[in-house]
Structures are given as C-alpha cells and as structure tokens.
Ligand binder design. Structure first.
Ligand SMILES: [Zn+2]
Ligand SMILES: [Zn+2]
Ligand SMILES: [Zn+2]
Length: 97
C-alpha cells in the first residue's frame, strides 16, 4: 500500500479527485492540470504564433524558438535557423545557383 493511500484511509490526507476519471492527487493543482487533458484546453498560448500549451514549462521551452536563438547556421551565407531541418531546406537556395 502506498504511504499516500494509507494516510488517506486514516483521514490524514485530503485527496482531490478528477470528476471525469478516477485520477486523484493530494495536490489540487495537479488535479486542475490533469482536468485539462479531458477538456483539451491549453491555457498557455504563445504570443508570437498562437500555439497553445497545457503547461507553462511547455510554452517557456517553445518561446526559445522565437527568441532569436538560431544554433544552426548556414556556412554559405550568414543565415541561422532554429531547426536543423530548416537549415537543410534553406540549402536548396544555394544548390539552385
Ligand atoms: Zn481525469
Ligand atoms: Zn510560438
Ligand atoms: Zn545560406
């Protein structure tokens, strides 16, 4: 038996449970976040491209894409790209010349 369940049964720990499935957690914040998986709601949306995220961390990581950091640089011109695939797509420009 989990310590959590034990404490719950003894009434020492309140659990918050999901109204849709049988998920439960002693942390209300966890349950609230879990509920989003049922509603499909994404409260954190990117101000740049509008992409939505369930968690703030997801948005924070995504924002790096817009922060101007471009680690994949073209060695034929000065252009930089966020994703390696973008750089590869860009190389076509040089091949056509
Ligand atoms: Zn649920
Ligand atoms: Zn974005
Ligand atoms: Zn280039």
């Amino acid at each position: 038996m989990l310590v959590e369940d034990f404490l719950f049964k003894k009434g020492n720990l309140r659990r918050h449970s999901c109204t849709v499935c049988n998920y439960s957690s002693p942390l209300l914040a966890n349950v609230k976040r879990h509920l989003l998986t049922h509603t499909g709601e994404r409260p954190f949306s990117c101000p740049v491209c509008g992409k939505g995220f369930i968690e703030k961390q997801g948005l924070t990581a995504h924002l790096l894409n817009h922060s101007g950091e471009r680690p994949h640089k073209c060695n034929l011109c000065a252009k930089g790209f966020v994703r390696k695939s973008d750089l590869r797509a860009h190389m076509v420009v040089h091949l056509q010349k």
